[in-house]
Design a protein around this ligand. Structure first.
Ligand SMILES: NC(=O)c1ccc[n+]([C@@H]2O[C@H](COP(=O)([O-])OP(=O)(O)OC[C@H]3O[C@@H](n4cnc5c(N)ncnc54)[C@H](O)[C@@H]3O)[C@@H](O)[C@H]2O)c1
Length: 458
């Protein structure tokens, strides 16, 4: 039974996996090229920001140590997880630059090891990357053969920032892409000890697992876009309400309710880029991937389409407040965030834009410089705003009352993308409340629909 494991790459996912593995009794050696990350872990601090991580590492410090040396880690553990960045390149593919560097160091270390060791790539990669892009590096630098001297798996995780610990330790299933039966069995045994919920394993070829990882993420984004499209349709149907429709169709077992709440576009470090990468590889291979491209385009045009609508009601130069700049609540990550794109689209259309986010102030300020101001309090953000757009269903925004929005103004328009604001705001006489995903003007919607059925021949 394996008790010593390494985690190579101590970022948001790797550091969290290190803490979780230690909490399940493994002796963990963390490796990073960043001295700061190694020092943090060695002194019992979290090298990355993630909910609950600092406590987890603090509690399990005696079973965790970190090093800058891949050799030290490979010689003193029997399995290594590799979780280094795989940034998108210009083509939309995932670059193997960091992974190749790590695999070279692991290969050199394997050359000095005299017993079997299993290497597990956890970073998100395109189909073919592990076997054709990285395995040759391991064999070249170790001068050893995969399957005989060492094992190899592709073992991705399905985790969301903010809930990485929970997602990693109670997965719906463990996805294992195995070079051979032995490699897969070793990883499955480790996974079984980490998962608290007897999650089933799905073992398959490395390429099928690489595809399954991307396919799952991409499918979820299709569902999100479908719900967003449904929300838009509801705005034009008399009495239309996306929550009512989603609650009904979500009961059907073929569909399910999760990710079906029409709201705003999807963003973050994974979803958008996974779609683009899957489309890239599909096109390269000659498969038809239009569905992925349509979805990506639909998502990317949500903000500009909304701004076009807004321009009909709001004069140029008006002050618009955007509440929610991170890609989701309880996060400081602004990568590919719909709220950020909205700020840029508004500024580009001549509005004065003030943004706010409970956690992402610093990140948003740097990214929006020259385009929009980021307020450090909700009060200063809302003070002059003629129109307020609530882009994330954050508890901080749900708790706002009518006075917060109105301030000293006579009236204010509040657009609620997630229909999450307090009841008192919805019916306040000084607030024009616009819940996206619900019919905004029944009169207009009725006359439009009536026009469809009232003509001759019907
Ligand atoms: N963060 C997530 O929730 C998440 C979820 C699923 C998949 N992933 C995938 O996991 C991978 C890592 O993501 P992340 O968010 O943890 O990245 P990150 O940027 O937070 O961390 C990566 C870490 O790897 C280190 N590193 C780079 N090269 C190295 C090397 N040769 N040896 C040792 N360490 C090295 C970096 O210094 C950094 O600390 C990516 O492929 C990402 O797509 C991440």
């Amino acid at each position: 039974m394996i008790t010593n494991v390494s985690v190579i790459g101590l970022g948001k996912l790797g550091a969290t996996m290190a803490g979780c593995l230690a909490s399940r009794g493994f002796n963990v050696i963390g490796v990073d090229v960043s001295e700061k990350a190694v020092d943090a872990l060695n002194s019992g601090r979290a090298p990355a920001q993630e909910t609950g991580l600092a406590e987890l590492i603090g509690k399990n410090q005696e079973r965790i140590r970190a090093t800058l040396s891949h050799l030290d880690a490979i010689l003193n553990s029997d399995l290594s997880f590799v979780i280094v960045p795989t940034p998108s390149d210009k083509r939309g593919a995932f670059s193997l630059q960091y992974a190749a560097y790590a695999f070279e160091a692991i290969g050199k270390a394997l050359a000095k090891r005299d017993s079997y060791h299993t290497v597990v790539l956890t970073s998100t990669v395109l189909p073919g990357s592990t076997r054709y892009g990285l395995l040759p590096i391991l064999e070249k630098f170790s001068d050893k053969r995969c399957g005989k001297d060492f094992g190899l798996c592709y073992g991705p995780e399905f985790v969301a920032l903010g809930t990485v610990i929970r997602d990693y330790m109670t997965p719906d299933f463990c996805l294992i892409g195995e070079f051979d039966e032995r490699s897969g069995a070793v990883l499955e045994a480790v996974n079984c000890r980490v998962a608290l919920n007897n999650a089933p394993s799905k073992r398959m070829s490395i390429e099928n697992a690489e595809l399954a990882k991307l396919a799952l993420n991409s499918y979820v984004t299709l569902k999100i876009s479908y719900a967003n499209m449904l929300a838009n349709l509801c705005e034009h149907i008399p009495g239309g309400d996306v929550d009512v429709v989603s609650d009904a169709i979500g009961v059907d077992k073929r569909i399910g309710r999760r990710y079906l709440t029409g709201g705003f576009g999807f963003g973050g470090p994974c979803f958008p880029r996974d779609n683009v990468a899957l489309s890239f590889v599909g096109k390269y291979l000659g498969a038809s991937t239009q569905l992925l491209e349509v979805n990506d385009n639909y998502n990317r045009t949500i903000s500009p389409r909304f701004v076009e609508r807004l321009k009909r009601y709001l004069r140029r130069g008006s002050t618009v407040a955007v509440l929610g700049l991170a890609y989701k609540p309880l996060s400081h990550v602004i990568e590919e965030s719909a709220g950020m794109y909205l700020c840029l689209a508004l500024a580009g259309s001549g509005f004065r834009v003030l943004g706010h986010d409970p956690l992402a102030t610093v990140e948003a300020e740097a990214a929006l410089r020259m385009h929009a101001l980021v307020a450090d309090s909700i009060g200063s953000c809302l003070q002059d705003a003629e129109c307020v757009l609530v882009t994330t269903p954050d508890d901080v925004y749900k708790a706002l009352g009518p006075e917060d929005f109105i301030g000293n103004k006579e009236s204010v328009t509040v657009v609620d993308f997630w229909r999450c604001l307090a009841e008192s705001i919805r019916h306040h006489p000084a607030i024009r409340y616009v819940p996206m995903g619900r019919c905004i003007d029944d009169g207009v919607a009725i006359s439009k629909l009536d026009g469809l059925w009232g003509g001759e021949g019907n």
